[in-house]
Design a protein around this ligand. Structure first.
Ligand code: GLU
Length: 632
């Protein structure tokens, strides 16, 4: 026992003193190290997975090599929740020293977009590049002197060395190792033997070099012990960690080095990140040990895969967070969706409902994550809908403000498509069963309200107030912007004459004529059929004329052209119209069926009379006239 050192902390374990000294540790730090029977290990892990009792400092540390996507939003969210659940701080740090030269120009707005996307999601950070903080700067490219000073510290202690190998030589040794069938193709340690004075002289004369970490220390002993909260004890396969680069030839630190230095200096206590970083963590722990620093607690969460168990890729446009916003999903819905990818409130103690806003997630948070790959679920629409309903009940104006911009975007996309079709090749044959791809081909011009100037204040091409009215009309059915615009398209666009013709033919198939009840029949109790001989036989144009006559006298102003007034005038007329049977598909009374034809060529959509209110008198009357004209 003399050679063993007691390691404090919640999970005590004896570590060989030699090992600690080899790692250059003068102080003994609390750390987790699990050994023993699997069930015991699991038990210990479970204890470690309890929330810390002191405030956690966590960070989200993206590189500007892509936009925020589902996986990174989830990482940010877990870190946010841990900080907030323990009364700690959540930091944003931009890791922009590695690969910067490889960032394609279309990503030049990545930093700006990161802030926008995070704010949209509602994950406000306590310290960060844009707002500063006690431990700044928070952009790694602004911290270069700090990394240089720390590299020097390791060089001075013989824990790092300069490597003058040319890229060609490094390529060569890699190829050779591969040709020999060696699994590990890392650095061969060539420059580790250069005497320090020579190394210094060569560096001073300006010879290009990088700096490598002496992974195996002077004792050749490299056993970075760490236990991951998700995956348990993790040891790299022997020989898998070479003398890795900490400072590149261009004077920039590598990700591994800058990440460790910053996590230490910024006093990060917990690192939750994607499982792709698990294999890198022994290097990080090696660096913490070399500096004599305590490493944070790590939790590597399972990678997200698609339904075919393939890794979700950043390049997949659909998983970019802004694309969810543009589609009209609510941040609450999206956050709720991602929090359930590898975590569940069910294992907590405070209720198991999966529908949660951010505050409820904070309240229910714990560190028991699912181990292994996580297949993304299809709960997004369901959860988004739940949050939409909650919003509708609590603050409908806020909901509308969030939904109008994506609706405007969906309208613009469809309008572009429509434009393209009308100027491009002949539109596909119209059909009553309009499928998704065909929608643009079934649209007329914009209704006048849409053609009026856009709302500059809201940064929209179109009239935001009008779009808001259309949203209010049928908000209960809203799932996302594109599907909503499709469903309500005839509130934004007129009905083309050709569609009137075709749908009339389809819609009135099998019915020879419609009847309008005589006033005597309408007054009688016992149904229309007995009164056919006194009722007027009418064709579609005749019935359209009746509607036009009934509506003509209602003034067009908003206080007259109301739902109540329209119902009063139209309901008796609608009731008086009958055919041989109810309408074929909708089973709605023939009067309504005809009204649906005038207004939207029989396409399903929001309630008709409220739609007429939104369209206004002029457009409604125009539609009835165009419908009549289409019959001729
Ligand atoms: N910059 C790394 C990334 O892009 C951070 C990984 C970590 O959290 O340590 O994901």
């Amino acid at each position: 026992m003399r050679n063993m050192q007691h390691v404090g902390g919640p999970l005590r374990r004896m570590l060989p003193r030699a090992q600690l000294l080899a790692a250059g540790r003068t102080t003994i730090f609390k750390r987790f190290a699990f050994a023993g029977r699997p069930e015991k290990v699991e038990q210990k892990l479970n204890q470690a997975r309890a929330l810390p009792t002191t405030p956690a400092r966590t960070r989200f540390a993206p590189s500007p090599t892509g936009y925020l996507h589902l996986g990174s939003l989830r990482t940010a969210l877990f870190n946010y929740l841990l900080a907030k659940a323990t009364g700690g701080q959540f930091l944003l740090r931009l890791e922009d020293t590695d690969q910067v030269s490889n960032i394609p120009s279309y990503l030049s707005d990545a930093e700006q977009r990161l802030y926008e996307d995070m704010k949209w999601a509602g994950l406000q950070w306590d310290e960060g590049p844009d707002i500063g903080g006690e431990f700044g700067p928070y952009k790694q490219s602004d911290r270069l002197p700090i990394y240089r000073q720390h590299v020097k510290e390791l060089l001075d202690q013989d824990k790092a060395y300069r490597c003058f190998c040319s890229p060609e030589r490094l390529d060569e040794i890699k190829k050779l190792a591969m040709a020999n069938g060696e699994e590990m193709t890392g650095y061969d340690g060539h420059c580790s033997h250069i005497p320090v004075p020579e190394s210094e002289r060569r560096a001073a004369s300006g010879e290009a070099h990088c700096v490598r970490f002496k992974t195996h220390g002077s004792s050749g002993n490299f056993k970075p012990l760490f236990s991951d909260l998700v995956y348990g004890a993790y040891k790299p396969p022997p020989g898998s960690v070479d003398d890795f680069i900490i400072m590149k030839r261009d004077g920039f630190p590598t990700y591994h080095f800058a990440n460790v230095v910053d996590d230490h200096l910024m006093e990060i206590t917990h690192v939750i990140r994607g499982a792709e970083w698990l294999v890198s963590t022994p290097r990080h722990v090696g660096l913490y040990d070399a500096f004599g620093w305590k490493s944070p607690t790590f939790a590597h969460v399972g990678l997200l895969t698609d339904q075919n168990k393939q890794k979700l890729s950043k390049r997949h446009g659909d998983i970019d967070i802004a694309s969810y916003r543009n589609k009209g999903y609510l941040p609450e819905g999206l956050l709720n969706y991602v929090v359930l990818l590898g975590w569940s409130p069910g294992k907590g103690t405070k209720g198991t409902s999966e529908v949660m806003d951010l505050q409820q997630m904070v309240e229910k948070f714990h560190l028991r994550f699912t181990r292994g790959d996580i297949r993304v679920s299809n709960k997004l629409d369901f959860l988004n809908n739940k949050h939409k309903s909650k919003f509708l009940a609590q603050s409908p104006e806020d909901l509308q403000a969030q939904v109008v911009p994506p609706l405007a975007l969906a309208i613009r996309n469809l309008e572009k498509e429509r434009d393209h079709l009308s100027t491009g090749p002949a539109p596909p044959q119209l059909s009553e069963n309009i499928d998704n791809d065909n929608v643009a081909a079934t649209l007329g011009q914009f209704v006048p309200a849409m053609a009026t100037a856009g709302d500059d204040a809201a940064g929209l091409d179109y009239n935001a107030a009008y779009i808001g009215k259309v949203f209010e009309l049928d908000q209960k059915t809203y799932v996302n912007a594109a599907s909503y615009v499709k469903r309500t398209r005839y509130l934004f666009w007129t009905v083309p004459t050709e569609l009137y013709r075709q749908t009339l033919h389809e819609g009135l198939r099998d019915v020879r004529c419609l009847f309008v009840r005589s006033p005597a029949a309408a007054a009688a109790e016992n149904g229309a059929m007995e009164h056919q001989h006194t009722d007027s036989e009418m064709d579609a144009a005749g019935i359209a004329g009746l509607f036009a006559d009934a509506l003509r006298d209602i003034p067009a102003d908003e206080s007259s052209w109301t739902k109540e007034c329209l119902e009063e005038v139209l309901n008796p007329l609608i009731k008086s119209i009958y055919g041989m049977r109810t309408s074929p598909e909708t089973e709605e009374p023939w009067g309504f069926h005809m009204l649906r034809w005038f207004l939207c060529a029989l396409q399903p959509g929001p309630a008709l009379i409220p739609s007429m209110v939104v369209l206004g008198k002029t457009e409604t009357m125009n539609r009835i006239q165009r419908a009549i004209d289409s019959i001729a």
